[in-house]
Design a protein around this ligand. Structure first.
Ligand code: PMP
Length: 441
């Protein structure tokens, strides 16, 4: 036994690429696999590559000098509090401010039901931790947010995708899926949904369907987890009413300051029915004791002293211009047979390739041509999505977006010519494409 351990350490110390610990991990570690987005970041961050891949907010648009002063002031004036441990539930003043933010989406809630988390990603982790036993079912839109799928996988949930179209989740498909799963004896723990400006599809659940989805889940006894980081980044009119606004007992709502302020603060939250809230606080404490008091107070100070609604408007205008640049250039450059969604907010367009093309196979060529995207398969847990790709317009400037789409369209054209010359499934067509380079492995 000792010998075995030593052997493992030696291999690890020598930086061996063979994982000497492979037979010692807990079973749940098998579900922890690198996402497609993650493997891409190394390549896509090279300056010559136009990245339509990552979903990074354009934080450069913030008044960074003001934020800097605010942070310095916080340490100088409230250092002993800001640099101390805080409560597991989060700073009470910030929780009040969060309720004010949520009111913009029709949510009436008390600060007592809010738990501040390390981004909404941690809220997702905690929710999964308290609800999921291995093999339990989580329903999710197909496609769905890659980071959530990673978390569900890490807790050994069985993810079942529910079909969506350009109006969001399809209620009939949801009802049928729930019925089939429950009849077969599965435990469905919750529906994970991003109803507004969905990641990755860019679509929004319409008003009628919002009511239907809630009714279906209420009737079937399925909790709804509403993930809404983009809700305030709509390009037309007022923010949509959150699902949580109409069902306080059946919905856990997840929010975040990552897109409306900055992801670097890592401040998000969960709003949950009382009992669930209690479990979340306990799970939070066991994970990190307490969130960073420092960044919570910084966000609180920003909300209390800065025109944050105006700043969100600035972000909205900026992202609208980039959305327009992407949609216009797709129209101009993309070959026949491609289609895509038309988001009215958020960061993402979901594109569909012509029949027989595989976005993952296309990626190494696209990167060689200095443009990156995320292949659709990253957004499904069942291997679906090969004919799709996610295009993000949040980070590059409009002229870079146009150049990126021009390059991408060229790659797709080439791929179509190969397909038409050699036929789909041809070994020659795929030669050299299926093997990713070291950066993409
Ligand atoms: N949910 C969705 C749908 C997201 O797109 C993201 C970030 N890309 C998150 C949750 C996590 O965001 P954060 O942890 O920064 O709040």
């Amino acid at each position: 036994m000792t010998h075995e351990l030593d052997h493992g350490r030696t291999n690890a110390a020598q930086g061996s690429r063979i994982d000497a610990y492979i037979d010692r991990y807990a079973a749940r570690a098998a579900g922890m696999v690198a996402s497609e987005v993650r493997a891409l970041f190394a390549v896509a961050s090279r300056p010559e590559v136009v990245s339509l891949a990552g979903g990074m907010p354009y934080v450069t648009a913030l008044p960074l000098d003001v934020v800097g002063e605010l942070v310095a002031d916080l340490v100088a004036k409230r250092g002993p509090v800001a640099l101390q441990y805080g409560s597991g539930q989060g700073d009470p003043d910030l929780r009040e401010q969060i309720c004010e933010v949520m009111r913009m989406e029709g949510i009436e809630a008390g600060a007592d039901d809010v738990v501040v988390t390390v981004g909404s990603q941690q809220a997702l982790d905690l929710i999964t931790r308290i609800f999921i036993d291995p093999g339990d079912v989580v329903l999710a839109e197909g496609p769905s947010y890659v980071g959530a799928l990673g978390t569900f996988g890490a807790y050994q949930a069985k993810v079942v995708h529910v079909a969506m179209d350009d109006q969001g989740l399809i209620p009939e498909s949801l009802a049928q899926t729930i019925y089939a799963l429950q009849t077969a004896g599965n435990r469905i723990k919750f529906l994970y949904t991003i109803p507004t400006f969905q990641n990755p599809a860019g679509v929004t659940l319409n008003e009628v369907r919002r009511r239907q989805v809630l009714e279906i889940c209420q009737r079937a006894g399925v909790l709804v987890v509403e993930d809404n980081p983009y809700g305030l980044l709509g390009f037309d009119g007022e923010p949509l009413r959150a699902l949580r606004a109409d069902d306080p007992d059946g919905v856990v709502y997840l929010g975040s300051f990552s897109k409306t302020l900055a992801p670097g603060f890592r401040v998000g939250w969960a709003l949950a029915p009382h009992a669930v809230r209690d479990k979340l606080v306990l799970a939070m404490e066991s994970a990190v004791l307490s969130h960073s008091t420092f960044t919570q107070l910084a966000v609180g100070q920003y909300l209390a002293t800065q025109p944050w609604r105006e700043q969100i408007k600035t972000f909205r205008e900026l992202y609208r211009e980039r959305r327009d640049a992407l949609l216009n250039s797709l129209e101009v450059f993309m070959p026949a047979g491609c289609s895509w969604t038309r988001p009215s907010g958020g960061f993402f367009v979901w594109a569909t390739l012509p029949e027989g093309l595989d976005s993952k196979a296309l990626l190494p060529r696209a990167v060689a041509e200095r443009v990156a995207f995320v292949p659709g398969t990253g957004f499904y847990s069942d291997g679906g999505g090969a004919q799709h790709m996610r295009l993000s317009y949040c980070y590059p400037q409009p002229d870079r977006i146009r150049e990126g789409v021009r390059r991408l369209a060229g790659v797709i054209e080439q791929e179509l010519q190969l397909r038409d010359t050699f036929g789909t499934g041809s070994a020659r067509w795929h030669a050299g494409i299926d093997t990713p380079g070291p950066d993409l492995a």
